[in-house]
Design a protein around this ligand. Structure first.
Ligand SMILES: [Zn+2]
Ligand SMILES: [Zn+2]
Length: 151
């Protein structure tokens, strides 16, 4: 007779326990951001904290697997499937010239409001003047933040 699992969550792949506390932390920050008052903020701006956290979390998982090779393919795939990281964004980071992409909206030209403007994440590092902080109009990620994330 197979044992009946009492927990509702599926068993996570090996290695998950090592990063679970970090992911819990992101989940907590995400909840805080979602519960934050949106009063006095523009609609897009109220989404910025959430997009920033989701970006940072995706980046964390991306680097664990592709840069630091600290997690297995099985765990990486599982994390994507469970929604811990944005698979579409990571797919772009793997492409040359898109390593710093802050959000998918920066390459979606359908957005008429911002058509023609180039987000800082699409500008080569050499062309960014030191100490300039430019925020993405879509997600609010600043150039300084994204460049530090990229190491
Ligand atoms: Zn962005
Ligand atoms: Zn951008």
């Amino acid at each position: 007779m197979p044992k009946i699992r009492t927990t509702r969550t599926k068993k996570s792949p090996e290695g998950f326990e090592d990063i679970e506390s970090v992911l819990d932390d992101y989940a907590k920050k995400m909840r805080d951001a979602e519960n934050e008052s949106h009063e006095g903020k523009r609609k897009a701006e109220s989404l910025w904290p959430i997009m920033r956290i989701s970006h940072t979390r995706s980046r964390y998982i991306y680097e664990l697997y592709y840069k630091r090779e600290a997690i297995s393919k099985e765990l990486y795939d599982w994390l994507l499937k469970e929604g811990y990281a944005d698979a579409n964004l990571i797919a772009k980071w793997k492409k040359t010239g898109y390593e710093k992409l802050c959000c998918l909206r920066c390459i979606q030209t359908k957005d008429m409001n911002y058509q023609g403007s180039t987000c800082i994440c699409r500008v080569p590092k050499a062309q960014i003047r030191a100490n300039t902080i430019v925020e993405c109009v879509h997600c609010g990620l600043s150039s300084r933040m994204s460049s530090s994330l990229c190491g």
